[in-house]
Write a protein that binds this ligand. Structure first.
Ligand code: GLC
Length: 428
């Protein structure tokens, strides 16, 4: 049997970025060091397509209009995917595999960088194609990089936030137990207590990891090996399983991705809701929102104090198959410039990647939660960094799902998760 090669730690700002050891090209395909398709079209200009998940907050269209007005010969067409993370991933994989030249620039989730870069699908953003990342939050730059090379320029970061009903919750809870203690308030008001995202998809990996991290555990240890058979990991996953069994997480929570949870919270059906920063803008602006004037936001709850979010976010990558890479690169730079980062923040409450914006007086006046969000992102824990991420996330999701639904004990789920992550990493 091959000795499993594991997930070596790399120091990151306030957290461990856990990554696979250097072990060859990983997922196969081109090495993406500049040869092959990556050498073509670097100076070419012309129309391009930008591919991204659903524009929930209507921030992409106005920016593309602005770009198109200024670049009549290099117009950008928006290809909008669904709002579901796994479908976005699979759509990108299919189109890269087909070498589709029209997926010029794509929005890449932080957990896909390693897989796509190892496959040779992303243009290295260096030399002629370099993007200046000075001034960007370090974890976001690391999340767009693979083996020391930038492959995707950070566009928006993401840190988990606990949204709550400020009319019903006297003081925001700091710990999980405090929050569960407040579920009686939900009962008295005939609403659900708490929900994050528990459908079987990437969001469940986010939520299960957060539960484990927030209870003092970790999915991987400092040596990059799975670390799930620990009392802390058990406490974290057990918290979700118990809350689901006793109804503090309402039954429909098991079907929630981000949008279903947001809707339930905005409809006034939840006391507490774990979601990303984009919810703020929609919850205070959408006509149908019942929580406009009673929206509380705080850090995720932990064991003895605030918990640790999972690091989320998206970066813009240029496809090696693009025929107009000079235009594609300029468009990537446009997405990350300060003016447009401010626009994403004010119009869509997306988390900026430019560090200084978190202290920008004008912005903080409009978005008072920015300092809390910055702390959430700086302390956020990255998900495992590996070209084999699809198998790793599957191991986490499937076992967490069975444990929450009570189909497997938490012990069995964690031990199976441990084994599956080990075997997912063993084949390299
Ligand atoms: C958000 C995050 C992303 C995460 C996804 C899960 O889009 O930014 O990192 O993987 O949610 O649904």
């Amino acid at each position: 049997m091959k000795t499993p090669k594991f997930l070596l730690p790399v120091a990151a700002a306030g957290a461990l970025a856990l990554t696979l050891s250097a072990c060859g090209g990983g997922g196969g395909g081109a090495t993406a060091t500049g040869g092959g398709d990556a050498a073509n079209g670097l100076d070419a200009r012309g129309p391009i397509t930008y591919v991204q998940g659903k524009d929930n907050s209507n921030v992409v269209r106005p920016l593309i209009e602005k770009w198109n007005a200024a670049h009549p010969n290099e117009k950008v067409t928006f290809k909008e995917q669904t709002d579901q993370a796994d479908q976005q991933h699979d759509d990108l994989v299919q189109n890269y595999q087909a070498k589709n030249p029209n997926y010029d620039v794509a929005s890449v989730d932080v957990v896909w960088t390693a897989e796509f870069a190892a496959k040779g699908w992303l243009q290295p953003l260096k030399d002629k194609m370099a993007v200046d990342t000075a001034g960007m939050l370090k974890p976001t730059v690391e999340a767009g990089s693979y083996k020391g090379t930038l492959y995707a320029a950070p566009v928006s970061s993401d840190g988990g936030i606990l949204y709550y009903r400020s009319d019903l919750v006297p003081t925001a809870p700091k710990t999980w137990d405090e929050m569960m203690g407040m579920c009686s308030i939900a009962k008295e008001n005939g609403i659900g207590c708490f929900a994050g995202q528990y459908a079987k998809y990437e969001g469940l990996t986010v939520n299960a990891s957060e539960a484990i991290n927030s209870a003092g555990g970790s999915v991987l240890n400092a040596d990059g090996k799975p670390n799930l058979n620990t009392p802390e990991a058990k406490e974290g996953l057990q918290n979700l399983a118990t809350a689901y069994a006793d109804g503090n997480i309402p039954k429909e929570g098991i079907t929630f991705q981000e949008e279903q949870g947001r809707q339930a919270f905005q409809d006034g059906k939840l006391l507490f809701h774990r979601n990303w920063p984009y919810v703020y803008n929609l919850a205070v602006t959408e006509g149908s929102s019942k929580v406009k004037d009673v929206l509380g936001m705080t850090a995720l709850p932990g064991k003895d104090g605030p918990g640790a979010s999972t690091l989320g976010g998206h970066s813009a990558a240029v496809s090696v198959y693009s025929k107009n890479k000079a235009t594609a690169l300029d468009f990537v730079k446009f997405l990350v410039n300060e003016e447009n980062q401010k626009f994403f923040a004010t119009q869509g409450s997306l988390a900026p990647v430019i560090e200084a914006l978190y202290e920008d007086k004008e912005l903080v006046a409009k978005l008072p939660y920015l300092p809390v969000l910055k702390t959430s992102i700086e302390n956020a824990v990255p998900r495992p960094v590996t070209p084999f991420y699809p198998a790793v996330t599957k191991a986490i999701q499937e076992n967490a799902y069975s444990a929450i639904k009570g189909e497997k004990t938490v012990d069995a789920a964690l031990s199976d998760m441990q084994k599956s992550i080990e075997s997912a990493s063993a084949g390299q």
